[in-house]
Design a binder for this molecule. Structure first.
Ligand SMILES: *Cc1c(COP(=O)(O)O)cnc(C)c1O
Length: 417
């Protein structure tokens, strides 16, 4: 059974002070998980996790990860500003369709630029020059799976990265332009449900590093396996054993990189979901109940607070506070208030009988939750609260107000608001 990371008493204490809906994060869980990741890859001297900022772009959360030794993976101008605001010196810039000003800021901030395309070499060279350390994103084309017949994703249809020929040629050009330290990067599948994803990807990337060494005369200094390690959203799934994943990558490293003289290379990751998803809950109240052809529970949160169910039909487990032990003998659609019928956190879900005012804990919302929020229907983004290690709690982002919603409009001239 999936259990919330917060007990009822503490939750009530928070709700008394901060109205629902809000995203709640668990500092203790975040730290423990980050430490396990670092232990799992401790065999690699240069290992670093660059947390994917887009998953949870809150500086308080980022600072916790920074204290645990993480750098940050940014993909836009504002994400670069965020990493800079918390004073991080370890930034990877893995963008695509990159505007000039983003390249310039990344360069000026000393981020490691991970180029998404062959043509970006010349763009960057003209804008800033080629930095000493540079990375290129690989796209293998075709289909990707960890075993024959199991297609996890189709890189051949993905917009990212260089082809094999382009990446080899790219490193020749980068070397000629004076680059000294080189990295490769690939991200082929999201929320992977097998512990083989990283080891198989690593094997492919290590072989690519050897080929680049042979054909471009460039020693790869780091291999960035990017994000993609999944988490168990469903209650019958188990979390991945990160030590097993680390050992799987090590085995590939020892059999491919070390014999090729590339044993000094560092492994980088850019995990988002794995770092944060299980350590966040969306806390919402049942505000209305309606019975038509189905039974509905309406919440004060909606898809604007958590888009994944509407966008991907994702499962998010729901615990009704104080009723975990009560028989789950009611079948509900749990729906928000958007004028969109896909605005449902659960469809035909067995839950305990829910009364108006009950608090619902929606699990695994710590990554790609708040950050995918939006303002459709004039819904305002919720607050974010941190449950600190010592049991205290802190508002780390206030909820939006109508004033925030209107602040990009200049009414003063034309409307009498
Ligand atoms: C989204 C993204 C990540 C993080 O992915 P997760 O699935 O959250 O681990 C890492 N790197 C890049 C370039 C991404 O786009």
């Amino acid at each position: 059974m999936k259990k919330p990371f917060i007990n009822e008493e503490k939750l009530n204490e928070i709700i008394t002070k901060h109205p629902t809906p809000f995203h709640l994060y668990d500092e203790k869980g975040i730290r423990e998980n980050a430490r396990r990741l670092h232990e799992a890859f401790a065999w690699n001297k240069g290992f670093r996790e660059y947390f994917a900022v887009k998953a949870t772009p809150n500086p308080y959360i980022m600072r916790i990860l920074q204290e645990e030794g993480c750098g940050f993976d940014c993909a836009s101008y504002t994400e670069l500003l965020l990493a800079d605001k918390i004073g991080s010196k370890n930034v990877m810039f893995s963008s695509n369709a990159t505007p000039d000003e983003d390249f310039i800021l990344a360069y000026n901030n000393g981020a490691i630029i991970n180029l998404d395309d062959f043509t970006h070499i010349e763009v960057l060279d003209k804008l800033c020059g080629i930095p000493q350390t540079i990375s290129c994103r690989y796209n293998s084309g075709g289909e990707f799976g960890v075993e024959a017949g199991n297609v996890m994703d189709v890189p051949g249809e993905a917009k990212y990265g260089f082809t094999k020929e382009q990446i080899i040629e790219g490193f020749k050009v980068l070397k000629a332009k004076g680059a000294k330290h080189f990295g490769i990067h690939a991200f082929f599948a999201s929320n992977t449900q097998t512990e083989e994803y990283y080891p198989v990807l690593a094997g492919m990337m290590f072989r690519l590093a050897v080929e680049i060494k042979e054909k471009a005369g460039v020693d790869i200094n780091f291999v960035n396996l990017s994000g993609g390690i999944g988490v168990p959203y469903e209650p019958d799934k188990k979390p991945h054993d990160i030590f097993k994943i680390g050992q799987g990558v090590k085995k590939q490293f020892e059999s491919i990189m070390i014999p090729a003289g590339l044993g000094e290379a560092a492994i980088y990751t850019e995990l988002g979901r794995f770092m944060l998803a299980p350590h966040g809950h969306l806390i919402t109240k049942a505000i209305r109940e309606k019975n038509i052809y189905r039974k509905y529970i309406n919440t004060d949160a909606c898809s604007c607070d958590l888009m994944r169910p509407a966008l991907y039909k994702s499962y998010h487990h729901i615990t009704v506070a104080g009723k975990a032990q009560v028989a789950h003998d009611c079948i509900y659609d749990v729906a928000g208030g958007l004028c969109e019928n896909n605005d449902k956190f659960a469809i035909q879900r067995s839950l305990p009988r829910i009364d108006t005012g009950d608090v619902l804990i929606i699990h695994d919302t710590g990554a790609h939750g708040y950050s995918m929020g939006y303002n459709y229907n004039g819904k305002l983004r919720s607050a974010e609260i941190l449950l600190c290690e010592d049991g205290s709690f802190k508002l780390i982002r206030r909820a939006e107000t109508p004033k925030d919603y209107f602040k990009t409009l200049d009414f003063s001239k034309d409307f009498d608001f």
